[in-house]
Design a protein around this ligand. Structure first.
Ligand code: 4NP
Length: 163
């Protein structure tokens, strides 16, 4: 199999709520579009507390109600090598953006990092709210944001991925 033409990395703080959801939703959209050989997908956290663990049970449950299975994912920490291995690094909030950019001084690498919600078609806050310390409704809100924004990311990539 050829190398994927574009490799996308989703990043949040713990890699157990927001970025695993983005990975799972985006993977499903890419599969539905028949582009799984062309677009590589992964996620990571700027913090290492949850490395090796599956996503938060509340995030897995919310995703499952929408037909998205996150249960096989395992958290990993964002490193300069992981940044370098991806073409587009989409971070969930401004804190993630600062932390990701602080990992390297290479402008080629920092230039790959953007806010995920810069692609959100709806106006408003550009941060995906962290649902970790809140109630179930926070997970549903994150799902809605991630779903519409992931669609827009795929539309963007289809506009620039040859073949
Ligand atoms: P995430 O949520 O960044 O969306 O995965 C969090 C998960 C864990 C923690 C914070 C946020 N934590 O402090 O452990």
């Amino acid at each position: 199999m050829r190398q994927p033409a574009t490799r996308v990395l989703f990043v949040c703080l713990g890699n157990i709520c927001r970025s695993p959801l983005a990975e799972g939703v985006f993977r499903q959209l890419v599969r539905d579009a028949g582009l799984e050989d062309r677009i590589g997908i992964a996620s990571a956290g700027t913090g290492d507390w949850h490395v090796g663990r599956p996503p938060d049970v509340r995030m897995i449950a919310t995703a499952r109600t929408h037909g998205v299975d996150l249960s096989a994912q395992r958290a990993q920490v964002l490193t300069p090598a992981l940044l370098a291995a991806h073409d587009l690094v989409l971070v969930m909030d401004a804190e993630n953006l600062r932390n990701a950019r602080a990992l390297t001084r290479d402008p080629d690498l920092t230039g790959r990092i953007a806010l995920f919600r810069d692609f959100d078609p709806e106006p408003g806050d550009r941060n995906v709210p962290d649902p970790y310390y809140g109630g179930d409704e926070g997970f549903e809100e994150v799902y809605a944001i991630v779903e519409r924004t992931a669609r827009a990311v795929l539309t963007h990539l289809r506009g620039r991925t040859p073949g």
